[in-house]
Design a protein around this ligand. Sequence first.
Ligand code: IMP
Length: 423
Amino acid sequence: MAVDLLLGLQWGDEGKGKIVDVLTPNYNIIARFQGGPNAGHTLVFNGMKHVLHTIPSGIFHDDAINLVGNGVVIDPVIFKNELEKLDDQNLDYTKSLRLSRKAHLILPTHRLLDAASEIAKGKAKIGSTLKGIGPTYMDKTGRNGIRIGDLELTNWKEKYRALANKHERMIAFYKVDLQYNLDELETEFFKAIETLKALTFIDSEEYIHQSLKEGKSILAEGAQGSLLDIDFGTYPFVTSSNTTAAGACTGLGVAPNKIGDVFGIFKAYTTRVGSGPFPTELFDEDGETMGRVGQEFGATTGRSRRCGWLDLVALRYACQINGVTQLMMMKGDVLSGFKTLKVCTAYNYKGKVITHLPYNIEAENVTPIYTEFKGWSEDLTTMDDASQLPKELNDYIAFLEEELDIPIKIVSVGPDRKQTIFR
Ligand code: IMP
């Protein structure tokens, strides 16, 4: 058996949670491999909306094991809140949820460091979700981090204290106005740690290896999007993990030759939250309409997302980096009613037409070149079969498939599980 991957191809918020939930009946194990509570995966079914931050999106299916892999960073306080929401629904996760011993913990002081760093950056701020993601991955690569497996050791609190004290000195170094009460933060942190300790910790790379040998099917669930990847994204306006396919290998301990299908998810247009370049961004009524109709507000921070036309230069790049084998187009319904749609197929880069993503995509270097399409007016949200899709949408899809040379297998026409059209 192989591990299939499901990844976002843009700047996150593509709708990965919904598709993982839809695909979970085909898999025995759903595994998150990177990121942390900066993610907000939204699932809608039976008239209810659920937002997951760290817990994999297969948790609502009784038969699936949900694994939080070694590449993920876990905030015990946010994790406990997520568990409590599941408790409210009488969902028993005790047997189905497993945490990798090698996953790193986000400490209260990591969150404070994130805030201090952003304040110090001023106008150059990343627009971080302020969940402590960057500082936690910094401690991981700096070989200072505290991992889930440490909680099974007797001396982990000493390690915690030494690290938290160091963080306090670093916060002071920033010389910014940041008010906090660490005692209060630590009280809720240690309480949440006790909740975490009641869960099942495993050597997840071994578990995955054995599961594959036993013929179990595994879906690796990515968070954020390829353009937020620490190596291949729009650095420095990126997150701190590898959001691309390679991140699944390191974030779960899966060998590259054990990767099967790579499902790439993209919106029929583009959004971005936080700072950083965005060549096809719209500042007009069209962008405003996308944001309003698409309800483009962050599931984690509530911030408005920036909106723009689909950017095929960036999408092609993401397909290439990830080795995408199947595409899934989300939020096609949001484009209903636009008279004309635009798709960026190339950039004018310093006077030259280019079709690859260059090092520098700031507005002063790059002007998008668009192909225009006739829009459609039909409401897609009640459609449930590919034969019902309007001709103009089929033309749009056919163009994208040809340009990207990858089939679009799912067209999502609304947030609900049921609003999913298979092609
Ligand atoms: P951080 O990972 O919270 O430090 O945020 C770094 C950048 O990634 C910021 O621009 C965030 O808005 C963006 N980001 C992080 N997580 C997500 C996500 O799940 N969806 C969309 N953007 C995200």
